[in-house]
Design a protein around this ligand. Sequence first.
Ligand SMILES: NC(=O)c1ccc[n+]([C@@H]2O[C@H](COP(=O)([O-])OP(=O)(O)OC[C@H]3O[C@@H](n4cnc5c(N)ncnc54)[C@H](O)[C@@H]3O)[C@@H](O)[C@H]2O)c1
Ligand SMILES: [Zn+2]
Length: 343
Amino acid sequence: MRVLVTGGAGFIGSAIVTELSERGHDVVVLDTSALPGAIDGTGALRCVGDVRDPDAVRNALTGVDAVCHQAAMVGLGKDFADAPAYVSSNDVGTAVLLAAMAECGVRDLVLAGSMVVYGEGRYECPAHGVVRPGPRAAADLEAGRFEPRCPCCGGELSPGLVGEDAPLDPRNVYATTKLAQEHLGAAWARATGGRGVALRYHNVYGPGMPRDTPYAGVASFFRSSLARGEAPRVYEDGAQRRDFVHVTDVARANAVALEAVRGRAAGAVTAFNVGSGDVRTVGEMAQVLASTCDGPAPVVTGEFRLGDVRHVTADSARLRGELGWAAEVGFVEGMAAFGAVAV
Ligand SMILES: NC(=O)c1ccc[n+]([C@@H]2O[C@H](COP(=O)([O-])OP(=O)(O)OC[C@H]3O[C@@H](n4cnc5c(N)ncnc54)[C@H](O)[C@@H]3O)[C@@H](O)[C@H]2O)c1
Ligand SMILES: [Zn+2]
């Protein structure tokens, strides 16, 4: 199969290119980045261009059977002034790509989604069942009250695994653009008889992870601190729960989705969580990295960022059941390897 991977020069995209090439697929990459990188040597055909440019997209789609759409502006941005840039890259870009796919008759799509579409994770109150706490108040966070409370009784909640049918609650511009990508995909599928899979990645880490940018993931920040001989600084009390999933597992999820998408029902895009299923805390992650790097123990600062989600962890049963995928890289093993690489 010939696959176009948009954003194929990036962290996750380049791992997908490697995985697809190893499975014997022909790969075309469309990315604004012309930097030599991990995909050199994979045999992928590289087109330097923007997904918002219809000519570049049409050109890259020549002879293509399926599209794996990873290109996006990621992270939280600096402030709200970044909103037009996010919407342009992520949503205008997706619309231009889908319009060109419609024109060229390409019907199969795998889309990089994100857990950010859920907002907070899943919580249960012993008295009120599954509830949806709103964003946490600054006064609570300042007082060290980090756990969201039941919106009905103010009682303690127990966090659980979020499934794909959970209510959607994108809480920032980036999250909004990731959800809009899925809706655009669904509109395209209905209009053209296309078939799609949206893979909602949880916290992806591993080799090639961007570092020292405002968009870098927390594992990358911790590793950079340790490389400077400094302790990782952990926000809140370190008990924030996350699902850390290794980039090679995410790349394999994309490959199995691309290989299966043709057999799926026409006219729909189905969402799948992509998580390891192994619930860990940010504090635990900092500890594993610190010990791997022989660095100073993490410092739990009690600082917080308004808008951070307290707990969000994936239920990836749908991906296991329908596509036969399971994460293979364990947390300790994957983090230790990640921490051991010199930065
Ligand atoms: N890293 C994570 O933990 C995570 C989690 C959830 C979802 N995602 C999604 O995964 C995808 C890949 O993210 P990543 O972490 O590899 O980021 P990345 O920044 O490493 O990769 C994105 C790539 O897209 C390219 N790109 C950006 N805008 C483009 C445009 N308009 N036209 C062409 N190329 C463009 C960039 O040059 C870059 O190579 C994104 O869609 C992101 O939203 C990432
Ligand atoms: Zn309650």
